[in-house]
Each structure stands twice: as C-alpha cells, then as structure tokens.
Design a protein around this ligand. Structure first.
Ligand code: SAM
Length: 217
C-alpha cells in the first residue's frame, strides 16, 4: 500500500496512544500506521483525525477512538486467512484496518448515507476485500457465514444470538455490552459449541439499533 500523507502523526498516534497502553501485536500496529485515518474523518474534524478521541462522522454517529479500534482489533486475534464480520460500518475505518489483516471483511451498516460514506472511503484506498451491506447487523449476515471473527462497533444490551450462531468453531466475537451509555468490552470465544467470555474494561459506544439491540427512540 502507498504511504499516505500525515504518516508522522500516525506514528505518534501508534506510539503514544496505542503501544503506550500495552498493545504490541506488530501486524495491528502496522495497520494502524498504514491506514490514513484522516480520510475517514469528514470536515470539520479532519484536521483532528489523529487525536486520542472518537470524532463525529455525521448522522449522529462516530468514528471510534484509535486506541479502542486497535484494542478491539487485537482482541479479534486476526489471521491472514480469516473472514470477519463487522456490525456498524460507520466511516469504514475499522473495516479498512481489518482489511489489511484478514482475507475478507463483511461490514453491515443500518444507515444508507453512512454506508455510502464507508463505501467511498474504502474505495479511495483501493481495498478490494471489503463488502459493505445495508441492513440490521443484529441479524448477522448468513450469506457469508460462518465467520472466524465478529466485531460489533456499537453498544449492545446483549450479544445478538444470530451472531453467536454465525461464529465459526474457534472463532472470536468482540463487542461493547451493557447499557445505552456505558458498556464493558467483551471478547467471547466459541469452543465445542460453548462460549467463554473475558472482559476488557469500560467503553462508550453509540447504540446498536435493531431486532436484538436497542429500539430507535
Ligand atoms: N466502525 C465504525 C468506524 O470505523 O467508523 C464506527 C462505528 S459507529 C461507533 C456505530 C455504527 O453502527 C453507526 O454507524 C451506526 O449507524 C451503526 N449501527 C447501529 N445499529 C446498527 C445495526 N443494527 N446494524 C448495522 N449498523 C448499525
């Protein structure tokens, strides 16, 4: 992949915000260094793209804090041969990071205009292994299941049961689970049809709206 402008800011972001907080997976750090986050942050916040915070992307939605993107990516334990499902495409940034690390990324977004933004951003990088679907991601996407990894990038009151069904044996699901305002970051592993969960700290995400998420109020 070509080197995009603002590489120095990305290097600082990786060292000060991500490696300093304990993430050491070199593949994840390289992807965070490569993908130009500023292309995913619309005006008027583009100049702030490398700060240590989530930022608005329009339609009341956000691009997550860089450290949280890196942490969730690391928890997925991405391998080059993996197929990953993301719920909540947003700007497409998380999908672009994953696209550098795994074989295929399918990402679902419920808001048409936001999905269009993600499509435009992904296309501008020339990434060919990302499919963007419009729909209710709480139902998953059976057409390309099962998945080695599933990542939910919106706050959910529970892990939607269809997503556990669509996770392959040995697969990992990462999600912010809890209340509408504050959640716990959960990593769930599926072994012999059973699931084992671990907790990775408090987070704040916009709500997952859908059949197995929150209602749109
Ligand atoms: N991953 C995104 C990125 O890299 O920019 C950030 C995701 S943003 C925090 C959460 C996104 O989830 C929003 O764009 C929102 O519209 C979407 N969303 C909420 N409920 C959804 C659902 N049921 N299915 C698909 N997308 C959903």
């Amino acid at each position: 992949m070509e080197t995009f402008p603002r590489a120095d800011e990305r290097s600082r972001m990786v060292e000060q915000q991500i490696r300093a907080r304990g993430i050491t997976n070199p593949r994840v750090l390289d992807a965070m260094r490569e993908i130009p986050r500023h292309l995913f942050v619309p005006p008027p916040h583009t100049s702030s793209a490398y700060i240590d915070a989530p930022l608005p992307i329009g339609n009341g939605q956000t691009i997550s804090q860089p450290y949280i993107v890196a942490l969730m990516t690391d928890l997925l334990e991405p391998r080059p041969e993996d197929r990953v499902l993301e719920i909540g495409a947003g700007s497409g940034y998380q999908a672009a990071i994953l696209a550098r690390l795994v074989r295929q990324v399918t990402t679902i977004e419920r808001i048409h205009t936001v999905a269009d933004l993600a499509r435009k951003n992904i296309a501008s990088l020339g990434l060919k292994n990302v499919s963007i679907i419009v729909g209710d991601g709480t139902e998953g996407y059976r057409e390309s299941a099962p998945y080695d990894g599933i990542i939910i990038t919106a706050a959910t009151p529970q892990i939607p049961p269809p997503l556990i069904d669509q996770l392959d044996e040995g697969g990992i699901l990462v999600a912010p689970v809890g209340g509408r305002d504050i959640q716990e970051l959960i990593a769930l592993k599926k072994h012999h049809g059973k699931t084992v969960q671990s907790s990775h700290g408090g987070v704040r995400f916009v709500p997952l709206i859908g059949e197995y998420g929150w209602t749109d109020t």
